[in-house]
Structures are given as C-alpha cells and as structure tokens.
Design a protein around this ligand. Structure first.
Ligand code: DAH
Length: 369
C-alpha cells in the first residue's frame, strides 16, 4: 500500500525504499543477465517462489523500474517500457520453465515414494479355530444326526426335580449326594435350582413335551464341585443320547454305540459293555472301545497303558420309573440312553494326558487340532 505523504501525494519510492534508478535500461539488462543463475539455484517450488519475488517483486530491480515509470521523461517511456516488458517476459519464461521442471521432479518423487511393491509378502493375520472340545461335540452330534437323531438343548440352571427326581434319584438316594452341590436356590424341594450336574435332565424335559418315538442327542455344559485335576473339571461338557420307541432292546444300544465308535475311532474298533450303576437306567453299563493305537496288544501303550480298552461313556436301558415320571407307558415303549464327555472322547482319541489342557489356553496345545 503506497505511503501517503503530508501533501496528499503518493510517494511510492519512499513507500518501498526504492533505490533511485539511474539507468533503467542497464538495470533491466542486468536483471535479465542475473536471472538464469538465480533461478537455477532454486531446488524446490517454495524456493522458486521466493526467487520470483526477488526477481519480479516490488523491491526487485525490475520492480523498481516498474514503479518509476510514471516519473520518467515521457520521451523515454516507450523505450523503457518495451525493455521492461522484455525483461519481465524473459524472467517469467525462465521461472515457468523452472517451475515445470520442479513440478515434474516432485511428481516423480511422489511416484517413487508411494510406489507399492507387489512382490512384498503380505501381512497375514492368524485365523482362530474351534476348540477341540467343540470340534468333538460337533463331530459326535453329526454322527447321530446321520442316524436320524434330533438335537435338543436344556437350561444350565436346572430344577433339582429334572436333575434328580425325574431321573429316579430321590432326595434320599446316596448317588445324589455326590452331585448335590452348586445350588442357586436351595430349600423348598419344589423349586430348588442348581447348576445341572449332567445333561440327563433334558431327557425328562424332552419326553414331557414330545410323544414317542424319541431319538435325540443333547450337547451341553455341566457343573460339579470338583477340584481341577487330570481327569476332572468343575465346568465340563456332556453329550446325552436318548432313544425311546416300541421294542427297543439292549442289542440296539450296543449296535448304535458300536456304529458310533467305528465312526469316531475308526472301522477296526470293537466295543465292550461292563456292568455299572446309574439310577436312571436298568440295567446300566459302561462302554469301552478297543484301543485304536495298540489294538489291545501292547504293554505300556501310550494311549491305553496296556489295558487294550478305553473307557468311554455311561449307558443303559431307560428305567421304567423315568418313563413313568414323564407320562410314558413302560409297557408300550422302552429305550436306551447314554452320556458321554467330549473331553474324555477327545483325550482317548488324541492320547491327551490331562483335562487341564482344555482350559489352559496354551496355543501350542490348541494349534495341534
Ligand atoms: N448322567 C451320567 C453322568 O453324568 C451319564 C449317563 C450315564 C447318562 C448313563 C445316561 C446314561 O443317559 O444312561 O455320569
């Protein structure tokens, strides 16, 4: 903004501290001569901008001539004016050539810096997988679904009545004491609630609501007041099986479980039943499968320890009292049931020596499955 002097006239020389121009033509020639070297020094667009100010701005040589045009003797104006235009144009051309050059170099650098090397190995995130217990549950359920069984589920917080009484296990029964443990509501026998100790109560729940025939498998979580050791977890899984129909016999139980064992452990598997006791089945048995590792022949086998058999699950023929408790007629229908622990099944199949591995969350263990 030009400085306004006291007499009201604008005095631009004073405003910009311009050097008094002696010979504008010589000054402009000088400016033209100096420009290439000055411009060549600029190595960035920012630097070029300040060079432009220094060469063409108000305090440059060219600028000084431009400002003084008005004070020139009119006879000199066309000559100086033409020279001024020539100098301005020459310098602008040089600047613009340099600007193109710097912009091209800048683009080039961007391209290099931002180039993507498609040959670099990608960062791959490891993907998780189902825990072995869940894999085992899925596999067992699939085997029974293949036989036409339905999948049923029931509550983990269960009425004591379904967990015990409906399964022929009255309050006075000694076998109830071992599992008489984690109560959420205790006292009035009618509505005592506990964390279910097995999946068997779903047998009673299903039969109450459905007429025979019944073919179900029931996977689910169970709870017992057990201290963690190699063969016990306080929170564990079971898969219950129940078949109720006309004329179901013990041979059906054995044949079904043999089929299951051969699907799960391999076609060479044999099974054997050992007498046992469960309140809700009569007769009751435990099922063993022949050792798939040594086939019964190897002393100190790492899977069966030389026994030749692996203990798998509890089973039996449904006690008539259970059928009656849910309103079925035991003279018309009969059935078998079984309860297996997927942790135990997985341990038997993979030679896992402790249940603790299932809850340790050690990826070296988990990755193997
Ligand atoms: N509920 C039994 C337990 O937790 C397992 C079991 C045994 C289930 C025999 C059954 C059965 O259905 O028939 O030990």
């Amino acid at each position: 903004m030009p400085m306004r002097l006291r007499d009201g006239k604008e005095n631009e020389e004073a405003a910009y501290n311009l050097p008094a121009t002696v010979d504008p033509i010589a000054d402009l020639d000088q400016a033209i001569a100096d420009a290439p070297a000055r411009i060549a020094e600029a190595s960035s667009l920012d630097q070029l901008e300040s060079v432009e100010g220094a060469l063409l701005g108000k305090s440059s040589q060219v600028g000084a001539v431009r400002m003084s045009m008005g004070k020139l003797d009119p006879s000199n104006r066309p000559r100086v004016g033409a020279k001024l235009n020539e100098a301005t144009k020459a310098i602008e051309d040089l600047l613009s050539a340099k600007r193109d050059e710097l912009e091209a170099a800048h683009e080039e650098r961007l391209l290099e810096d931002e180039a993507i090397d498609v040959t670099l190995e990608a960062i791959t995130l490891p993907s998780g997988s189902l825990n072995l217990v869940q894999q085992t549950i899925d596999e067992v359920v699939d085997i029974f679904v293949g036989l036409g069984y339905k999948v049923a589920e029931g509550p983990e917080a269960e009425l004591a009545w379904y967990n015990f009484d409906a399964l022929n296990t009255p309050a006075t029964h000694p076998s109830r004491w071992e599992q008489d443990t984690m109560y959420l509501d205790w006292g009035d026998p009618e509505d005592e609630v506990l964390l279910r100790t097995h999946t068997s109560p779903v047998q009673a729940r299903w039969m109450e609501k459905n007429e025979p025939p019944v073919y179900i498998v029931v996977p689910g979580r169970c709870y017992r007041l057990d201290t963690i050791d190699a063969t016990h977890l306080p929170v564990f899984y079971q898969i219950e099986g129940l078949a109720v129909d006309r004329d179901i016999q013990f041979g059906d139980l054995k044949g079904t479980l043999l089929h299951f064992a051969r699907e799960f452990f391999g076609p060479q598997s044999e099974v054997r039943l050992r007498p046992h006791f469960f309140p809700f089945t009569e007769p009751s048995a435990e099922l063993d499968v022949s050792c798939f590792n040594c086939d019964g022949g190897e002393a100190g086998c790492r899977v069966c320890g030389g026994a030749g058999w692996l203990e798998l699950l509890g089973c039996g023929m449904v006690d008539p009292n259970v059928l009656e408790a849910v309103g079925y007629d035991p003279t018309q229908v009969s059935g078998f049931a079984f309860g297996a622990g997927p942790e135990r099944l997985a341990m038997a199949r993979h030679g896992i020596n402790s249940m603790r591995h299932f809850i340790d969350n050690d990826v070296r263990f988990l990755r193997q499955f």
